[in-house]
Write a protein that binds this ligand. Structure first.
Ligand code: ATP
Length: 362
């Protein structure tokens, strides 16, 4: 299951630097030798310490984490919604993304020119949001008059007209639909679905900061308040690019020297995963210990389908052991003996950390 997060931001905020770090960090190169990826896609592994533990128990040859795909979307400029510069291509790319990650400049280096002449995360966020909001308003203005006319005859589209009018009102106030809980995939967006509005996509924000800002909790809380309910991630894109070049011990040393526990990219992968509404389940054996990506709320057959469509079609049962029970008992055989292995049917809703073996007919 592959969902993508589009990276957007004003020119010169550090998108390329971040994206380079993302692609250098490429888990695909090592683990998925036959997969080809587009040059503007960075695939990041979602760190999961449980996989290391499973690999110990099962003596697995390799570990395959879940991944998040990031797409580098051409720079947005003021006027993008009017089709200026790269505007139209930008909007098409962004429509294809499942979530939007805004990179915001917070680093101060005077040698790096800011398009608007000053470093102001708040203004930059507003500039980008305004472009997205204007693009949505254009979409709505194109369809609303026709819908309103049709609704005089077709009563069944009145609810849709009301939903579109409500969205228009929010956008005209200068707010994103996401900020009002109108998020892609939720019940409230069902009526708006075919409009593919950009601001119904989940947002997350990367603040590209100086080293001192990385540990400045007051500063970080201020920025978090700016973007709530979206999540904020703080990283130094240059440092991330350096980290991606180092071996594990050196990287750890560099991280400690700036007071960080994990690379910003790891945090970004975790937050991206959460923002997309995803979770994982685990499989393990001598060949590999692996995390598989599913939507929250997925049933056992849907989860089986992520491995292979035949697994879903021929689904019989899933043998499920929770990760904690497996670690406590030390092996599948012991877990079974202690009654910790459950046989689950087709209505079972997968839980995070389920270690699973599917039974199926082909
Ligand atoms: N955290 C940081 N601290 C200091 N300088 C940084 C930081 N992040 C990036 N830079 C520098 O800022 C400059 C612009 O970065 P980059 O080229 O990645 O921006 P961009 O957003 O991709 O720009 P564009 O959209 O115009 O291509 C580069 O010189 C880069 O080294």
């Amino acid at each position: 299951m592959s969902l993508t997060i589009g990276i957007v931001g004003l020119p010169n905020v550090g998108k390329s630097t971040l994206f380079n770090a993302l692609t250098k960090n490429d888990v695909l190169a090592a683990n998925y030798p036959f997969a080809t990826i587009e040059p503007n896609v960075g695939v990041v592994g979602v760190p999961d310490p449980r996989l290391g533990k499973l690999a110990e128990i099962f003596k697995s040859e390799r570990i395959l984490p879940a991944t998040v795909d990031f797409v580098d979307i051409a720079g947005i400029v003021r006027g993008a919604s009017e089709g200026e510069g790269l505007g139209n291509k930008f909007l098409a790319n962004i429509r294809e993304s499942d979530a939007i990650c805004q990179v915001i400049r917070a680093f101060k280096d005077e040698n790096v020119v800011h398009v608007d002449g000053k470093v102001s995360p708040k203004d930059d966020i507003e500039t980008i949001n305004t472009e997205l909001i204007l693009a949505d308003l254009q979409t709505i203005e194109k369809v609303l008059p026709r819908l309103q006319k049709e609704s005089r005859i077709k009563k069944d589209i009145q609810a849709k007209v009301k939903a579109v009018e409500e969205a228009k009102e929010i956008l005209e106030k200068g707010d994103t639909l996401f900020a009002h809980g109108i998020v892609q995939g939720s019940e409230r967006t069902e009526l708006l679905h075919d409009l593919h509005l950009l601001t119904t996509k989940p947002f997350l924000y990367v603040f590209n900061v100086d080293e001192d800002e990385l540990v400045d909790e007051d500063f970080k809380n201020e920025q978090r308040a700016l973007v709530a309910p979206a999540e904020a991630i703080f990283l130094n894109a240059k440092l991330e690019a350096d980290l991606a070049e180092l071996d594990e011990d050196e990287a750890l040393e560099l991280l400690q020297s700036v007071g960080q526990e994990e690379p910003g990219l790891a945090t970004l992968a975790h937050v991206g995963f959460r923002t997309l509404g995803l979770q994982t389940y685990l499989t393990a054996g001598p060949k590999e210990s692996r995390a598989w990506t599913i939507k929250k709320g997925a049933t056992a057959p849907e989860a089986a389908g992520v491995i292979h469509t035949d697994f879903q079609k021929g689904f019989i049962k899933a043998e499920v052991i929770s990760f904690d029970d497996l670690v406590e008992t030390g092996s599948v055989a012991e877990a079974r003996a202690k009654g910790k292995a459950r046989m689950e049917g087709k209505d079972y809703v997968m839980q995070d950390g389920d270690v699973v073996e599917f039974r199926f007919n082909v």
